[in-house]
Design a protein around this ligand. Structure first.
Ligand SMILES: O=C[C@H](O)COP(=O)(O)O
Length: 248
């Protein structure tokens, strides 16, 4: 049985003061213990948010990470720095990083390997553009992204990974993939992992959907057979909405 995982990706939002207020509100709300709630916050908020969630079952995530431990990489954050703070998750290969910061399948693969080396659970994002979907290439694109992200990764590490399927055309646009379409691609990702490794591990890995998830559509998405959770942008910035999502 896969434990549902709802992760809020705050993106480039919230000052430290705003972050603390939001976490205090989330902390004080009712939360379903059977759902894993993760807050993926800007680097500058990690330490304060870590302090705030101490003693709760809320998990902490970063939104990116370099693959090297240290060195001349101005502006980058290393896995050692994140490990010291005590993060549980790191988002890798979000489409915004691929689109605006030249993240490639190769760098995604390096970062996934580094995260695993440091026992940080990677949330690996994949997803097709509108153009790719309209030309019927979504499965081909997503399969290539998944296989490259998992290159040279052993089966024993697969369960530590979460995959987030986020069709780019559904991110921040208010357009959600239909439940059926999202479930279809997610079960295809599961099948791809099953073919590369084993059916057993493909049944264990958690795969989220992301793209305009909100309180109004979360339960129907979670009713689908293969969708194990959501990676949520906009709706994770309001405590009321995020609490509704984790109590779907
Ligand atoms: O990481 C989250 C996704 O990019 C979805 O963002 P959104 O919920 O604002 O569409």
């Amino acid at each position: 049985m896969r434990k549902p995982i709802i992760a809020g990706n705050w993106k480039m939002n919230k000052t430290i003061k705003e972050a603390v207020e939001l976490v205090k509100d989330i902390k004080s709300g009712d939360r379903d213990d059977n759902v894993e709630a993760v807050l993926c916050v800007p680097f500058t908020n990690l330490m304060e948010v870590k302090r705030e969630i101490e003693g709760t079952n809320i998990k902490l995530g970063a939104q990116n990470m370099h693959w090297e431990d240290s060195g001349a990489f101005t502006g980058e954050i290393s896995p050692l720095m994140l490990k010291e703070i005590g993060i549980d998750y790191v988002i890798i290969g979000h489409s915004e990083r691929r689109q605006y910061f030249n993240e490639t399948d190769e760098t995604v693969n390096k970062k996934v390997k580094t995260a695993l080396k440091y026992d940080i659970n990677p949330i690996v994002c994949v997803g097709e553009t509108l153009e790719e979907r309209e030309s019927g290439k979504e499965k081909e694109v997503v399969k290539a992204q998944v296989l490259k992200a998992l290159e040279d990764i052993e089966e024993k590490d697969i369960e530590s990974i979460v995959i987030a399927y986020e069709p780019i055309w559904a991110i921040g646009t208010g357009k959600t993939a239909s439940n059926k379409d999202a479930n279809d691609i997610i079960s295809f990702i599961r099948e791809t992992i099953g073919n590369k490794y084993s059916k057993d591990i493909s049944e264990k890995i958690r795969i989220q959907y992301g793209g305009s998830v909100k309180p109004a559509n979360i339960s129907e998405l979670m009713d689908e057979s293969d969708i194990d959770g959501a990676l949520v942008g906009g709706a994770s910035l309001k405590s009321e909405d995020f609490l509704k999502l984790i109590n779907f």
